[in-house]
Design a protein around this ligand. Sequence first.
Ligand code: F6R
Length: 256
Amino acid sequence: MEIIIQPTPAEATTIAARFLAGIIAAKPEAVLGLATGSTPEALYRELVSLKLDWSKITTFNLDEYVGISPQHPQSYHSFMWENLFRHVNVHIKNVNIPDGLANNIPASCESYERKIGSAGGIDVQLLGIGTSGHIGFNEPTSSLASRTRIKTLTPQTLQDNARFFGSESAVPHHVITMGIGTILESRHCLLLAFGKKKARAIAEAVEGPITAMNPASALQMHPKVTVVLDAEAASELKMQEYYRWVYEQKPDWQKI
Ligand code: F6R
């Protein structure tokens, strides 16, 4: 795992944006795995401002709430169109987001997995992390080999996401999420985390044992993971000075 610690979320975001812009320039037909939530909002703004060519890019989102329509203002469909897709020249046919209204959810999840396979797999999977350690909506005790499926959110995540819905009771209890096994098949995982609230989950994911109690810790088994943090999210890492030192020693060509 490569750990990059920046003083502020803005500086961390710029590193992630430069990296993704480089991927899009080097591989115009890249397949990107995308995340929603507060963490990547500034990243999407920065990517939009870079005026990149998204015409051949394919995207797969990590997750979607079950039971709300794509038009619902808090659906992840709405989030993606508001924050990114409507501002870039991506083709709607190349945009993939789990269907929260599918009649047959298991069949729809299998079809999502097949689509990822037919697209050639995900080149870079962008990830945030929940305070519970979830990636996608793989809550603690999710199988580390899991595939795209329906999950029930924990009370902690309902509480964390109440800010988007106005109240905790309005947050859907079920979601469709790529599995941890699905995420681990991406060629490169880019995890962003900002703020003190994420510090514990990050410390456990990066320096703790690999455990389903912190699903993000499964990333320790992936050969290419970059974790970009602000100082607050890094504040509980025991080896933080070492990670800073390693990053400073890197020649420019080796940096993401
Ligand atoms: C969203 C997702 C979640 C979020 C996580 C952090 O697509 O997969 O894992 O990344 O809940 O959310 P924020 O960024 O709002 O703190």
